[in-house]
Design a protein around this ligand. Structure first.
Ligand code: ATP
Ligand code: MG
Length: 243
């Protein structure tokens, strides 16, 4: 969907076409202080090249969600540097971070995060409403996204009337609504059975190939790791493998 006229020409869409999508250098994050301090990240460095699907694996508590939250501008590091799509996050205030999250990053969470009273189509349209995209354009884009995730026949169903895999496909479509440069997904298949999880991961894989999106996905699932272009492993707040 990037590459179509509607995806270009706005200020938010001017991006540095070269270099890595994400650059993380010596990232540190400590929760709390004193004797009970938890050193969640102890100097994490890695890059996510443009157009790749990168998986972040590691045991529970290894720091995956912490890394994703920092890259997504949902939390601030205690040390180190993060660059997303050419922008150094340290230079952004709250408004800048908000704009980054709204315009350049799409989030997918384990718990789907859909709004229960809205239909699938309306959920997908939420980011477009927030950006005040005209209604005709919004509806056209929602239709396109519904078909991309294979849910055109389920547009008017609410999350409670959809299966877990269908709900997560709605969440993926919503994450793509604003043509993000980067998709951040935290255990997107954690609540799904193996086959359904594979369907959702294949969808992310296809989206990264066809929409020139970059994705960073935290997952435990070895079957899903095989779909990644590269796998980073976190252990006790450090990267131990970059394969
Ligand atoms: N808000 C918080 N306050 C205190 N400690 C925290 C907080 N969030 C995370 N931690 C701690 O930081 C460490 C890393 O947590 P994180 O959530 O990043 O791990 P994770 O790899 O995502 O784990 P999981 O696979 O279970 O989701 C853990 O020891 C966790 O207990
Ligand atoms: Mg986590």
């Amino acid at each position: 969907m990037r590459g179509q006229p509607s995806g270009h020409g706005t200020a938010a869409d001017v991006r540095e076409p070269t270099g890595d999508m994400v650059v993380v250098e010596d990232l540190r994050r400590t929760y709390g202080g004193g004797d009970t301090a938890v050193h969640a990240l102890r100097g994490v460095s890695f890059t996510v090249p443009r157009g790749e699907l990168v998986a972040l694996r590691g045991r529970s508590g290894s720091g995956k969600t912490t890394v994703l939250n920092l890259i997504g501008g949902l939390d601030s590091p205690d040390g180190g540097r993060i660059t997303v799509d050419g922008t150094d996050l340290a230079g952004l205030g709250e408004d800048g971070l908000l704009a980054l999250r709204r315009d350049r990053i799409g989030f997918v969470f384990q718990s789907f995060g859909l709004i229960p009273v809205l239909t699938a189509a309306e959920n997908i349209g939420v980011p477009l409403r927030l950006r005040k995209v005209p209604v005709r354009e919004r509806e056209a884009r929602v239709d396109l996204l519904l078909s991309l995730v294979g849910l055109s026949d389920h547009a008017d169903q609410r999350p409670g009337e959809l299966s877990g895999g269908q709900q997560q496909r709605v969440a993926v479509a919503r994450a793509l609504a604003n043509n993000p440069a980067l998709i951040i997904a935290d255990e997107p298949t954690g609540q799904l059975d193996a086959d359904t999880g594979l369907t959702v991961m294949n969808l992310l894989r296809a989206v990264v190939r066809s929409e020139s999106v970059t994705a960073l996905v935290a997952t435990h699932d070895t079957q899903l790791l095989a779909l990644a272009d590269r796998v980073l492993e976190l252990r006790d707040g450090r990267i131990v493998e970059d394969a």
